[in-house]
Design a protein. Sequence first.
Length: 386
Amino acid sequence: MAIQRYRSCYRSRKITSSKRCTLWLSFILFVLVLLLIISYFQTSIYQSFQELDDSIIYKKPWYLLHKQKVLVPVSINRLYDYRVVCDGQSEILNQTELVNRLSTVCKINLNGSLNINLNPPNDFQLRSSLTSKYINLWRASNSCSIFENETLAIIISYRDREKNLKMLLYNLIPFLERQRIRNYKIFIIEQQASGSFNKGRLYNVAFNHLMRTSKPTCVIFHDVDLIPENGQNLYSCLSLTHHPLHMSANIHFDINGSYTTIYSFLVGGVLAMRPETFIRLNGYSNRYFNWGGEDDDMGLRFLSKDICVQRPTTGYYYAAFHSIQTRNPNRFKLLFDATLRQDSDGLNNIDQLASVKHQYEYPLVTWITVEWIEQDYSSVVPKKQT
Ligand code: BGC
C-alpha cells in the first residue's frame, strides 16, 4: 500500500514538491530499516538454543558462528533435520554385491530375517573357558576368502549389563560364523571408573589401544543391547569407500513390535568404519556422560568433515530391554558447540583422560577394563538454571 502511494506520487511527477510523497518515502525507508533490525535480532535468536526438556536457553556469541561450518540447531528437532545419509544408492548396492559375491565365490547363501534367541543357556558364561564349546558348536565348515585381508574389531562399550551382553554374543557369534567371517575379534570395553558412564571415551580409548596392538582394518562400534536380525547385514568394511556404515537404522524394542528409524540424523547403535575415517573425525567426543548425545555429536562430526554415512537395507535389530539410564541434561549444550571442539576433543586428548587397566583373553572375547586418569569435573551434572 505504501509502495503504491509512492508509485502514484512518482507517476504524477510531484515527487520533489509534494510533502506527502516525501513522507511516504521516509515511511518506506523507516519500515525497511526496521525490518533489517528485526531480521538481525531474529538471527541471533535463531542461533540461540532452547532445550525442550527443561527450557534452558543457550546463546552462542555471534563471532563464533562465523567460524563454525555446520550450523547449530535451534532446537533438537532442527538437529534431527540434518542429512547425514549419502545421496544416491550406488554405495548401498555394493553391500548387496558383496552378498552376491559371497554366494558365487564362497557358496554361502545368507538368509535375510533371522530368529534370534533371547535366552542363552546357563553355562554360557562369558569369562569361563568352558564357553569354547560354543565356538565348536557354531563353527561353520570354512571361512570365506573374500574376508581374508580384513581384520575386524567389534568394539562393545560396557558396564553392568551382563544379561544384555550374553544375549548379544549368543546371537552375534553364530551370526558372524554364518557370514564366514573369521578374522575378527570382539572387544568388551568395560568402564571401571565409578560415576557416570561415558561411551565416547570407552570407544576412543579402545580404538587407540587397538591401533597400537592388533591394528584392525575395519572397526564396528556396537551397542550392547542391539541384536542383529538380518543375516545379510554383513559385518565388514569391504563395501565401504570412505563412508561409514550406519548398520542399525531399523530397530524394534518389543519382540512383536514393528521397526522404527528413530530419526534420520541418527548414527548411534551400530556403526562401522575404516580406522582412517575414525582418525579423520578425531573419534568420538570425550565429554558426554550418561545417556544421550555422543552419537549426535558424531553425526555433526560427519557433517563438518563432509562425510556421509550409508545405511544398508539389511540393517534390522532388536533392542533388548534394560533399565532406564540417567539422561545427560547437558547434552544439548554440548551439541551446540560440537563442531568447534571436534579437533581438540576426541582421539587426540583421550590419553590424558582415560587408560586401559587390564586386558583379559577369553574364548569368545577380549575383555579390556578402563579407568579415568583423574577426576574430571565435566562429568558433574550442572545445576539447573532458574
Ligand atoms: C539421543 C541419542 C540417542 C537417540 C535415540 C537422542 O535424543 O541424543 O544419543 O541415540 O536419542 O534414542
